[in-house]
Design a protein around this ligand. Structure first.
Ligand SMILES: Cc1cc2nc3c(=O)[nH]c(=O)nc-3n(C[C@H](O)[C@H](O)[C@H](O)COP(=O)(O)O)c2cc1C
Length: 188
């Protein structure tokens, strides 16, 4: 796959085959994610892999519950279009994907969001090059229950930046509409 094809084929996929992602390939993808640039080359990202479907469902339910709670307290927190979806008990924010990877890092680090986002980007491209599909699931980031956080092994000092699902795609959608770039000015 050449680079242009990779850019086109890397799509957010929300429908997966009922087939596990082999762990050795997942580790290769994680290794390639670590080739991402990071502030001062700190490489602060850490990875948590969840393949237990019951745990993935619990994580989805917990995140939905917290999002709804925040939405009730602050209606401007997110678009109200999400409310019905979050209230739907059949809606799994992780779309029943066979594997969920949390990219996490130290809460206190200023660049943690950017560093982990870059690692997530590399993760999604690496997965795509190997025939897998992914989707970044921000709706799955709101895990507060300490028992559940302990279960997935998130240390107190870290926070979740990027939950990314991965699996074999049932279908790869076309590129969703993109606005043209807005070049504000070329100062020559
Ligand atoms: C930071 C971030 C958060 C996202 N959160 C969600 C999400 O919670 N649920 C979802 O279905 N897609 C989510 N997406 C996927 C976007 O909807 C998707 O990237 C966008 O529609 C463009 O499609 P493409 O990735 O195929 O180019 C997220 C993407 C990013 C970058």
């Amino acid at each position: 796959m050449d680079y242009s094809e990779l850019l086109t084929k890397r799509r957010s996929v929300r429908d997966y085959e009922d087939k596990e992602v082999p762990l050795d390939i997942l580790i290769q993808i994680i290794n390639e994610s670590c080739l991402a640039p990071s502030s001062s080359n700190r490489q602060p990202w850490r990875f948590i892999v969840v393949t237990n479907r019951e745990v993935i469902k619990r994580l989805s339910d917990e995140s939905k519950r917290n999002l709804l709670h925040d939405l009730e307290r602050n209606p401007d927190f997110m678009s109200s279009n999400y409310e019905a979806l979050l209230r739907n008990q059949h809606f799994n924010v992780f779309y029943n994907a066979p594997c969920l990877v949390f990219i996490v890092g130290p809460k206190k680090l200023l660049s943690i969001e950017v560093d982990c986002a870059l690692a997530a980007s590399y993760f999604m491209f690496s997965a795509c090059a190997k025939g897998f599909a992914t989707c970044w699931i921000d709706l799955g980031r709101f895990i507060n229950d300490r028992e559940l956080l302990d279960l997935i092994g998130l240390p107190e000092r870290d926070r979740i930046v990027a939950p990314v699902i991965i699996g074999y795609p049932k279908d790869i959608p076309g590129v969703p509409c993109r606005m043209g770039p807005e070049v504000l000015k070329i100062v020559s």
